[in-house]
Design a protein around this ligand. Sequence first.
Ligand code: HMG
Ligand code: MG
Length: 299
Amino acid sequence: MLPERVNIIEVGPRDGLQNEAGTIALADKVELINRLSKAGYSHIEAGSFVSPKWVPQMADSGEVFNSIKRAAGVTYSALTPNERGLDAALEAGADCVAVFAAASEGFSQKNINCSIEQSIERFTPVLQRAQAAKVPVRAYVSCVIGCPYDGAIDSAQVASVASRLQQLGCYEISLGDTIGVGTPERVKEMVNAVSQQVPVQQLAIHCHDTYGQALANIYAALQCGIATVDSSVAGLGGCPYAQGASGNVATEDVVYMLQGMGIDCGLDLQQVIDAGNFISQRLGRRNGSKVAAAMAPNS
Ligand code: HMG
Ligand code: MG
């Protein structure tokens, strides 16, 4: 059964922009978030408090948080890999923070320089302190289908990491097909395995579109009862520590699919398209959303 309503988490300003090689002006990041804020989202991931040596593009996240015009009803969140990141996120007034682990040891080492076990230990005080500050904590599990270093991933391993993060107190676990290798039946198998250990209401799906499978995989996840979908305006995105991780699924394409199926997501498609066109133009690239291209005035 498909959900009646889907919550879309916009990750473009973080997952979308973190991978850009060129410098993006602070004003452009702020303008993107301000435009997205008018489109009807309830949650926008606005930045990342990670080491600037690892991800230089997110170094100005504090300034981003301080400069955006916050819209009522929108949660503005940020990635926090450790306590230092949490301190910076709290200082910037993030409404929600996200820790990020992996289902594979190879990706954990390359992305956050520690084992899965060490990452959970590192997140424990982050959770405790965020909860004390009444800031909800989301979690990501990367490489839920395949890993660029370790190959195919067993769903039992995904379920185990997801369950530990949920037990630590994360309110939602976003399952990331980081390199976009999933196909629908495989995604269903993985989601069903994870939902044996974590209630499906606490799961989200996070698809990169490297192999063009993202929309089909999201549909498969919805059929399993997932009702929260991460996506990125204009299909921006990638992960600097996962070669081949292309953009996330484009928000515009997800909205079009949901609207076509009569599923409410609360978003104004045209406003999302406009925001995507704005940032694509600033980045000097074509908008990666097929829906945005199809709905362009002269198409
Ligand atoms: P490390 O080198 O093991 O840690 O990195 P460290 O504690 O030794 O710190 C190294 C340096 O970074 C030190 O500076 C620290 O002070 C500094 P130095 O003394 O050398 O001048 N540092 C920080 N600076 C600012 N903010 C911080 C912070 N922490 C340390 N929070 C660490 C470990 C986790 C910090 C590093 O590996 C890191 O930042 N990794 C982040 C990688 C990343 O952001 N990847 C992309 C996001 S994940 C993703 O995209 C996947 C996702 O979308 C889901 C999916 O698609 O699957 C979420
Ligand atoms: Mg991602």
